[in-house]
Design a binder for this molecule. Structure first.
Ligand SMILES: Cc1cc2nc3c(=O)[nH]c(=O)nc-3n(C[C@H](O)[C@H](O)[C@H](O)COP(=O)(O)O)c2cc1C
Length: 431
């Protein structure tokens, strides 16, 4: 079957943090890491290349897992320092015309009323171009920053997330779409009959409402989530417009998508209203052989400590205390569970795991047309609604994607060449 069009998103990991400060093409970020122009330039470039959205990752702690110390992370600018990404949203909106902007918020720590109001404001301000990535947050240290002694248990976090989204949706609905009449002759700005309290009383949250701003331009801003555990998938398939999958093979892509679609249908939803996008880190160069050389060099330079420190910070585990070559003990986590299962299944020792684990699809390398052809094949085989480009942020890589790969995809008719609609969700639902 011929592949229909798919969507493109950009996953901006470490969004308003430090990007490539030691890289040859980093653009002076060692000195200018807080200058938002790098992120604004990304937004402009992907807007021009007709991406549907950019997702701004976030976290709120300084890890101290590896070696039971912050040293590893602070020395490498890994997860800290990291500015709050919310102020990037209006800057990115102002620099662009179509691309949806999706900040991340934690359902475990953010008050639902504040979030509902913040997203309503951004959606009204942009006339319908924002979404929200709902995360439950995985780290004990993050929980302690918000006054807890230990983090909430994984399944309870998802129970809370479910209720969080419920109350936020009700707050957005507390103003009817036509509540603002701005009737100068009748001297009535908002119609009191169309604004109601919600009186939400839940197990974890309560809110009287109504919201003190009007209904968002899209009704509900676009809802986005990524969670690989059964609880994460249940949450995603119940509420979300976009589900992001971290998978590393075509088989996993297919399985993940089938599972989300079946769950969405079981929740009484049209599965096509729940878009599944795969995190994807392609290497694009002038020729296939150049791209393959870059991939080989990257693989040769892999240091197990990097991957173990990074993964340890999302599982809350200090992997430095284990012998790299000894059979690994049974471990458990209260952190990210979907990824943890995939990680632990990669081998018997930490070295085997670190050598063979891929967080996402990161082994595709070639000229723009070769990568485009592989993306087409992967989609034909697995099905899916789009790719979430997640490579390191520098202007050279952005150009390789937006000015090299995207035109090759467009030539094949695989991605859009323009927008016929103005709002983010309308664009997502176009195909
Ligand atoms: C593509 C992708 C993006 C994510 N972005 C964030 C993020 O910005 N902040 C965060 O705390 N967690 C983030 N996560 C983690 C998830 O939202 C979720 O909390 C995690 O996968 C745990 O889910 P699980 O236990 O259901 O597997 C992301 C995960 C993926 C796959």
């Amino acid at each position: 079957m011929a592949q229909s069009q798919f969507h493109l998103g950009w996953f901006l990991g470490n969004s308003y943090g430090v990007h490539g400060w030691l890289d040859q093409w980093g653009g002076g970020t060692a000195r200018n890491w807080s200058d938002p122009s790098l992120q604004i330039d990304l937004a402009r470039a992907i807007d021009r290349a007709c991406f549907d959205f950019v997702l701004l990752e976030d976290s709120s702690f300084v890890p101290d897992n590896y070696g039971s110390s912050m040293d590893f992370y602070l020395k490498r600018a890994s997860r800290a320092p990291k500015n709050d990404p919310l102020p990037l949203v209006p800057l990115m909106l102002q620099a662009t015309k179509h691309v949806g902007i999706v900040p991340t918020i934690s359902t475990s720590f953010y008050p639902p009323f504040l979030l509902a109001r913040l997203m309503a404001t951004l959606d009204l301000m942009s006339e319908g171009r924002v979404g929200c990535n709902f995360v439950t947050s995985t780290a004990e240290r993050a929980a302690q920053n918000f006054g807890l002694t230990e983090h909430i248990e994984h399944h309870t976090r998802y129970e809370m997330a479910d209720e969080f989204v419920e109350v936020v949706k009700q707050l957005w609905d507390s103003w009817e779409a036509d509540a603002v009449v701005a009737d100068e002759a009748g001297q009535m700005f908002a119609d009191p009959g169309k604004v109601q309290p919600i009186n939400f009383e839940g197990k974890f949250f309560s809110s009287r409402g109504p919201l003190n701003t009007a209904r968002p331009a899209q009704g509900h801003p676009v809802l986005v989530q990524a969670g690989g555990s059964p609880q994460g998938r249940a949450f995603a398939s119940k509420h979300m417009d976009v589900v992001m999958a971290a998978v590393s093979t075509v088989e996993e892509m297919k399985k993940f998508r089938e599972d989300i679609r079946a769950r969405a249908a079981a929740n009484g939803r049209d599965p096509d209203s729940c878009k599944v996008v795969y995190q994807f880190l392609p290497i694009v160069a002038e020729t296939d052989s150049q791209a393959q050389e870059i991939l080989a060099a990257r693989q040769a330079a892999k240091d197990p400590a990097d991957i173990l420190a990074a993964m340890g910070s999302i599982f809350d585990i200090d992997f430095s205390i284990y012998d790299l070559d000894a059979p690994l003990a049974e471990l458990t986590t209260n952190g990210q569970q979907g990824t943890f299962q995939r990680f632990m299944a990669m081998g018997n020792t930490l070295r085997e795991i670190a050598d063979s684990f891929h967080f996402a699809l990161d082994e595709v390398a070639g000229s723009p047309d070769t990568v485009a052809a592989q993306m087409q094949e992967m989609m034909e085989e697995a099905g899916g609604d789009g790719f979430l480009i997640a490579g390191d942020l520098n202007r050279r890589y952005v150009a390789e994607i937006t000015d090299g790969l995207v035109p090759a995809l467009q030539k094949r008719g695989l991605v859009r060449t323009g927008f016929s609609k103005t709002q983010f969700r309308e664009n997502l639902l176009e195909f």
